[in-house]
Design a protein around this ligand. Structure first.
Ligand code: ITT
Length: 198
């Protein structure tokens, strides 16, 4: 089976590769393999809108194959659930992960945010070769650390401490994420549904 992944995020892609290994005979492809492929702006109002935009854009140039698009983000309670769907571009349109993390910590400091609770959320849209749409969601609850720690992972992993843990995701590493993350939960549902349908 061949599955095309609609992402340009190398950190996400690594996690997809690790997690989907358990599907026998799966060959993963990624949008960057398509010469001249240009992602559409993620201008939806929800994670689902944006996941659909990514999956549909790829489907338009690769019809009739398995396609997976995902939108994820971090919601911080004390920031009114921001950055949410703006997580990738929180510090600007071309912001790096470390710039986004720095902005998050700065905003929490400026606004004297006492409630550091947060959650990662993920919505995954899969198109089957027959054109059916499957939607899966996942969340991971936790707290925002006061300073970044750890070198593993990507995005906001260095400042996210999952519930029940004392280390950040960037310290806990990929082994933890493929068991517990928002992405892992959505992918586990996908794998289960796929097994039932093949
Ligand atoms: P694609 O749209 O190409 O998949 P992206 O980075 O733009 O890549 P999103 O629009 O889904 O992806 O943005 C999600 C942002 O939220 C991402 O850039 C990270 O900053 C953050 N994020 C999502 N999942 C994360 C995770 O597991 N760990 C850390 N940060 C995460």
């Amino acid at each position: 089976m061949e599955l095309w992944i609609a992402t340009g995020n190398a950190g996400k892609l690594k996690e997809f590769q690790l997690q989907l290994k358990e599907i026998a005979d799966l060959k993963l492809h990624v949008q960057s393999e398509i010469p001249g492929f240009t992602p559409r702006p993620e201008d939806g109002q929800t994670f689902l809108d944006n996941a659909r935009i990514k999956a549909r854009t790829l489907k338009a140039v690769r019809p009739g194959v398995w396609i997976l698009g995902e939108d994820a983000g971090l919601e911080v309670t004390g920031l009114g659930h921001f950055p949410g769907i703006h997580s990738a571009r929180y510090a600007g349109p071309k912001a790096s992960d470390s710039e986004n993390v720095a902005k998050l910590l700065k905003m929490m400091q400026i606004r004297h945010v006492a409630d550091r609770s947060a959650r990662f959320v993920c919505t995954t849209v899969v198109f089957t070769p027959a054109g059916e749409e499957w939607v899966f969601t996942g969340e991971l609850k936790g707290q925002i650390a006061k300073v970044p720690s750890g070198q593993l992972g990507f995005g906001y992993d260095p400042v996210f401490i999952p519930e029940g843990e004392t280390k950040t995701l960037a310290e806990l590493g990929p082994g933890y994420k493929i068991q517990h993350s928002h992405r892992a939960q959505a992918l586990k549902q996908f794998i289960q549904k796929l097994r039932g349908s093949l």
